[in-house]
Design a protein. Structure first.
Length: 606
């Protein structure tokens, strides 16, 4: 046991005895080999001084490492911008020939790079930094580098060999050139370096991609005959780069979309934090005028302020400030409203409600999403909204996205006020986003509002192609008149086609029957009153049909409507009310019916 203890003490001779924080065992104390080793290692590790790693993604030839100092431990990704770190000793590899050094170095770099790129995380892999065993974790030792070109060429060559060809450019831009950091020591010996490779997977480079790599197999490779492992996908997990099991590959696309979103947010926040002070100064000093004159102007500079201090600052309200510089770290969040409203203004039948639901689906993982039942009172909605937000398990609460469809202004205002009062003190702002879906007849109604998007009947070129393709399929199964609404949408409610279709259907109706009067009355109602309809009983009364139609006879009513009014009417059974509702198939059709029925004797039989 004593020999083991002596050997360990000899190993750590450079460490001065007085810097140990724990005492060595006294003479006569019996220790086994493991305990002796553990105690000496603990003393050694405690005695070392920590130092910071080289600044990330920067080149500073004057910065050097001191042998024996310790870098902060390897980390996982605290944020996607703050780099993760991985240490590689590489001491044994330096004793091998150049071929084996090249493969070993390239394998570690490519594996780490692929993992960082797939996770969208910045990272640095360090060679010549110990990762355990008889050294402190992160201890700077350095490694002898006889030929720098060997490692530089390994980086360039194995990017092309290990990554698929379509990802060569992505890897070239993400894997930064090698950085050789000199390691200095008290003793005189061979020059040593730490080799570092930074990985910067900017969203502009890697968005929408995930990289598979084939790593070189050192055990089976020989000079002139390289062998590779099968293509694999790697990611960062904790402080390690791990291979994703083949059974979970199908989840990769969804994982990548989420990481892209997180990377985009992280890059935006980083840019804002870097330029925040400069941006405020430049905007506030130059936005008003192009120059500064000789007038006396007051500039207010603020920092975080307690509520009680504000009572003594009321005099500031009477002063006219040239600008106010807000350096309160929480000012950005406090200035945001707890509830914001976005509006989708859409022409009836243009797909505004569908767009709103797609938005909820797309944001289901980034926000809490729900649809508001506008028949419920505001107090009940707020209570359920609070319950929804409190269901979040993480410390950071996500904003709640609420879809509110076709309600009046008063309901929206009450909802905003109540939600705002409930969550005014919440640290996460905005706490709620009200997505309002509102019908608008004229496209100009909300056109100039910055928080409003207008959806109309116009289709993009891609949408036209898709609509026409679907229309061809439907025409094989259905008569064109029976799918009139879809045909009108595909033709962007072209006026000539609309006129001809309505005229054809009106002409097919018996001009002496009560049905024509019914259609005219219903068209008038549907055109001027949103969501208007007549019930089945009213329909029967108008056309003098007294046979009662039960729910089980729904198809009978539909066939009756089709026979009597062509394809101009539509019906819907409401189970809760146990009623069937009837209306004109589309508001544009109702408008055209009115236009044509206003022409006297237009549909008299010849």
């Amino acid at each position: 046991m004593q020999k083991t203890h002596d050997r360990m003490e000899n190993t750590f001779q450079p460490v001065k005895e007085e810097i140990f924080l724990s005492k060595c065992p006294e003479k006569g104390t019996s220790l086994n080999g493991t305990e002796a080793t553990s105690n000496v290692l603990e003393e050694k590790f405690t005695g070392y001084n920590q130092c910071n790693p080289h600044p990330f993604d920067e080149e500073n030839a004057e910065l050097k490492y001191v042998k024996g100092k310790v870098l902060p431990p390897e980390t996982g990704s605290k944020s996607l911008i703050i780099p993760c770190h991985e240490f590689k000793s590489f001491q044994l590899a330096t004793k091998r020939d150049a071929f084996e050094q090249e493969i070993k170095f390239a394998k570690e770099v490519i594996k780490f790079a692929a993992a960082c790129m797939n996770c969208r995380s910045n990272g640095t892999i360090h060679f010549g930094i110990e990762d355990g065993n008889e050294y402190a974790h992160g201890e700077i030792v350095g490694m002898p580098v006889q030929n720098k070109e060997l490692f530089v060429n390994a980086r360039d060559m194995y990017i092309k060999r290990c990554f698929l060809k379509k990802y060569h450019a992505h890897a070239e831009r993400s894997v930064r050139p090698l950085r050789f950091v000199e390691v200095i020591s008290d003793g005189i010996g061979e020059q040593r370096f730490g080799i570092e490779v930074d990985i910067v997977p900017s969203l502009s480079v890697v968005k929408g991609t995930f990289c598979t790599v084939q790593l070189p197999d050192l055990g089976k490779s020989e000079k002139g005959a390289l062998r590779y492992f099968h293509h694999s996908v790697y990611k960062r997990e904790g402080a390690s780069s791990i291979r994703i099991p083949s059974g979970t590959i199908q989840h990769i696309p969804e994982y990548i979309r989420d990481r892209d979103f997180e990377r985009e947010k992280a890059e935006r926040d980083e840019e804002l934090s870097k330029d925040d002070v400069y941006r405020k100064l430049s905007e506030l000093f130059t936005r008003i005028k192009q120059h500064m004159d000789n007038e006396v102007k007051y500039i207010l500079v603020t920092d975080s302020c307690r509520e009680e201090d504000l009572e003594n600052l009321s005099f500031l309200l009477r002063m006219r400030f040239f600008c106010v510089l807000d350096f309160d770290p929480s000012g950005s969040a406090n200035s945001k409203k707890p509830v914001i409203t976005l509006t989708i203004s859409h022409q009836p039948g243009s797909g505004g409600s569908t767009v709103a639901r797609y938005i909820l689906w797309d944001f289901r993982k980034r926000l809490k999403c729900a649809i508001v039942n506008t028949s419920s009172n505001v107090t009940s909605v707020c209570a359920k909204a609070k319950q929804l937000q409190n269901n979040e398990r993480t410390d950071k609460r996500l904003p709640v996205l609420l879809l509110v469809e076709d309600c009046d202004e008063e309901y929206i205002d009450d909802l905003k006020i109540n939600l705002g009062q409930t969550f005014a003190t919440c640290s996460s702002k905005p706490s709620f986003i009200l997505l309002r879906c509102k019908r608008a007849i004229l496209s100009e109604t909300f056109a100039n509002a910055s928080d409003t998007v207008h959806v109309n009947y116009k289709l993009s070129d891609k949408e036209k192609m898709l609509f026409n393709s679907k229309l061809k399929e439907l025409k094989v199964q259905y008569d064109e008149d029976s799918i009139l609404t879809f045909v009108l949408m595909s033709k962007e409610y072209e006026q000539n086609y609309l006129q001809q279709s309505v005229k054809k259907l009106l002409t097919s109706i018996n001009q002496t029957s009560d049905v024509l009067n019914l259609i005219g009355s219903l068209a008038l109602l549907n055109h001027y009153v949103e969501d208007s309809y007549i019930t089945e009983s009213q329909w029967e009364k108008i056309i003098k049909r007294h046979a009662h139609c039960e729910h089980s006879q729904l198809h009978s009513l539909e066939s009756t409507l089709r026979k009597a009014a062509g394809c101009l009417l539509s019906c819907l059974y409401e189970p809760e009310a146990e009623r069937q509702y009837i209306w004109i198939i589309h508001r544009k059709v109702a408008e055209e019916i009115l236009n044509q029925l206003m022409v006297p004797d237009c549909y008299e039989t010849s």
